[in-house]
Design a protein around this ligand. Structure first.
Ligand code: PLP
Length: 330
């Protein structure tokens, strides 16, 4: 399969930069060098990893002749915000079906969803299957009014969305070669699994076996790892690749649950900001960075090693819960 032949819409500012984070590395003891792949700077409506997925997802929708995108997420979903932006840019309509109770407060991602022209739906506190049914029902009723919808799953994590990260690996490997560096490990936040599946398949495509540590931001590994494995093997099949790569999901940084900061994620967020001027987010990337920090401090990597932190974005979430920082010494 050739990427140039896949339907794709240009939405992201690519390539994103690959940067060494030497002051952060020094703060972690200076034994290993941490690098950052800046997918927070993909450019589409404040950036993040979903821009890469949406290039292929919107390409597929337009090829099918659709004029409307429907997707789902929590009220502060970065994926929903970026899908709304992608729809605006592609001249499509966008409907967002939120799981969870009605949120009245227009702030952070939810405010941006509306500014980007999306229609918001709050059918109630539903699980993933019920939300899916709700999206199908909405697609049918829109069809009756003459619209043709494309349903994008949670997080844009099907094999089409994950192609964005297969492609991203090629971009990263070219930059690594230019910088004359080989990574000993890759850390990133894993939520719906598409990013991790894409990175794993992308590495396999280039005959690389760099360990990838998906730091879970919500689900336990026992539930989530098999899901990432399934998506990865579907994707590998689509790419005509044989062997199934090892899937490592670490759930030890989830803490109290999705979107609930931990002592470690708060520390990671402040350390990245104060050493690198780098903004990470409380829901995803701060937990992934906490995972990287713990592994480096535990001496998991040989001195002189190079570790890649794949920054997946999410900064608008910082402004969704400012009360978290009230009364704390920063
Ligand atoms: C969606 C998201 C992730 C997780 O990516 P998945 O492909 O869903 O695993 C990580 N970081 C941020 C900021 C996100 O919005």
């Amino acid at each position: 399969m050739y990427f140039a032949q896949l339907p794709r819409v240009a939405l992201a500012t690519l390539p994103t930069t690959l940067q060494p984070a030497d002051r952060l590395s020094a703060a972690l003891g200076g034994q290993v060098r941490v690098w950052i792949k800046r997918d927070d700077n993909t450019g589409l409506a404040l950036g993040g990893n979903k821009a890469r997925k949406l290039e292929f997802l919107v390409g597929e929708a337009l090829e099918k002749g659709c004029d409307t995108l429907i997707t789902t997420g929590g009220p502060q979903s970065n994926h929903c915000r970026m899908t709304a932006a992608a729809a605006a840019k592609a001249g499509m309509h966008c409907h967002l079906v939120f799981s969870g109770p009605v949120v009245e407060l227009r702030q952070a991602n939810l405010l941006l969803d509306e500014l980007l022209g999306a229609k918001l739906h709050f059918p109630g506190a539903l699980d993933v299957e019920a939300t899916s049914r709700e999206m199908s029902r909405l697609a049918e009723s829109l069809h009756a009014s003459g619209y043709k919808s494309h349903i994008i799953p949670l997080g844009g994590s099907d094999t089409t969305g994950a192609l964005g990260y297969v492609n991203a690996v090629r971009e990263m490997l070219m930059q690594a070669e230019d910088a004359n560096v080989q990574f000993d490990a890759i850390f990133h936040a894993s939520g719906s699994g598409g990013t991790q599946a894409g990175i794993l398949a992308g590495l396999a495509l280039h005959h690389m076996s760099t360990p990838v540590f998906g730091i879970s931001v919500s689900r336990p590994s026992a539930v989530f790892a098999p899901q990432v494995e399934r998506l990865t093997s579907q994707l590998m099949q689509r790419l005509g690749l044989e062997s199934a790569p090892q899937v490592a999901v670490d759930d030890s940084f989830v803490g109290g649950g999705y979107g609930i900061p931990t002592v470690e994620s708060d520390e990671a967020l402040q350390l990245a900001a104060k050493t690198e001027g780098l903004i990470i987010d409380p829901v995803y990337t701060a937990k992934a960075m906490a995972g990287l920090i713990a592994a480096v401090r535990a001496g998991r990597f040989a001195p002189g090693g190079n570790i890649l932190f794949w920054h997946t974005g999410g900064s608008p979430a910082l402004f969704a819960d400012k009360s978290h920082w009230e009364g704390k010494s920063i």
